[in-house]
Write a protein that binds this ligand. Sequence first.
Ligand code: G4P
Length: 535
Amino acid sequence: MTTSPAAEAARRRTFAIISHPDAGKTTLTENLLLAGGAIRAAGQVRARGENRRTRSDWMKIERERGISVSASVMTFDHDGLMFNLLDTPGHEDFSEDTYRTLTAADAAVMVLDAAKGIEPQTLKLFEVCRLRDIPIVTFINKMDREAQDPFELLDEIASKLALDPSPLYWPAGSGGRFKGMLDLRADKFLPFAKRTGGGAAEDDGHPQAIAFKGNAIVSYLDPDEQEELRDNAELAQGGLKPFDPQSFLEGHMTPVFFGSALRHFGVDQLLEGLGAYAPPPKAVAAVKGGEAIHVAPGDREVSGFIFKIQANMDPNHRDRIAFLRLTSGEFERGMKLKVQNTGRQLSVNAPIMFFASDRELAEEAFAGDVIGIPNHGVLRVGDSLSESGTLRFAGLPNFAPEILQRVRVKDPLKAKHLKKALEGLAEEGVTQLFRPMIGADFIVGAVGPLQFEVMADRLANEYQLEVLFEPSPYAEARWIVGDKADLEDFQGKHRPQMATDIDDQPVFLAKSSWETGYVAERYPKVAFERSKERA
Ligand code: G4P
């Protein structure tokens, strides 16, 4: 079989699932893997999770809180396409991590709980997708439970997200009266089978789709239900815009699927929809030799960027895996790639691909794929890798933390260790580290309080450091940007509140947002930025 990087990239679908906690992301992930033939029985995603958790102490938090702290990727080959499903952390504290994961996705599936519609976290994640122009497929889950009226749900999508919903299916009832759904494009009815025994989800076999017109339908819908479904489908088709793939790719429209992830209903249709409509990797903006260019998936040179680092997946080996999203070329195992900003070269001898049930060495990979590169701190989030080492991809920012605390180690003899450990965590992007220009304090910043718990847990388990967090006098951190002379003038006058970040960039630590506003007004030539992209 002859392949080219362009043809291989064209059969990649790299996507993430976004949802409010409890809407069914884990259940849907599992059932998508099932639909894609990547696993044989439902329950494996969780089982694998348990397995991983028992190996990794710091994930205790994950288990205790019942949330997913770490992001990973799962790859499966189905119907001639290669799907890469990126797992986005579900808790609101982890928006920065999630944001970065979404930089590696070409599309997103937005899961809504049919009884709840759009919830706060859905909205937040949606905004991130919109910022990055990621097309969104909607899956309205839990139709086997009492749901809101589908028209109201679609109205909510239109009004809260300013997105045109275009249903590809229409449900017949919900909860105890859920009978199935009509395929609006093919005029076929997909019956939903009631579970008879108490068996596991994978036992759910639903009857074959049948033509909506004709008598056969009687066996699933009574005449009233049939009429209601026909009326609603007509109303939906008359009142809502028909699905336009281009409008979807441009982020104006979302195709809407209905189903029950738990009962494996509507999941095959969702996967089919992703295959048909979700975009393959596209050209990515980059800078080469000071010039703005686009890197196309079919370009010869192998390139990509690191969007996540995960340390100590196996604490016995102190390993660090950098997740590289490939953007072009044909990657082969053993290849040498260069890091753009440091110029360091590494031989990628043991790249990992993550399949649902296993990790495997990646012999080759193409644009859209994500490979894990084990390394000892050489790679950082935001690094651009390529054969020539001259390509730089933009768009992996750090965000100003919302909570700033001072961290101290209980045993003062271990201060040096603390510095190293904090730097390691900051390089991973777990938390941010600021060193005030005066004094010996370490100020750490995070987007939410849970990150401090994760941090304390990891410092104790991985670095044997007992730490204390104390309130700091600071409320905000702002990267300062401007001409050298203006910056020096500002820094000279505000030394007690100046710090440097992990990349030695100057940061102003403000005691309140009022103070940030005040200095910004007095120093109009200095910009006080909430986010920073690594140079
Ligand atoms: P999350 O990752 O988005 O947080 O959600 P998750 O899949 O863990 O699902 C949250 C709860 O909703 C789970 O119930 C799950 O079984 C249930 N659920 C998911 N999809 C459906 C669906 O289509 N229909 C129905 N009826 N329920 C669904 P739980 O009781 O919290 O957990 P578990 O004890 O079942 O594991």
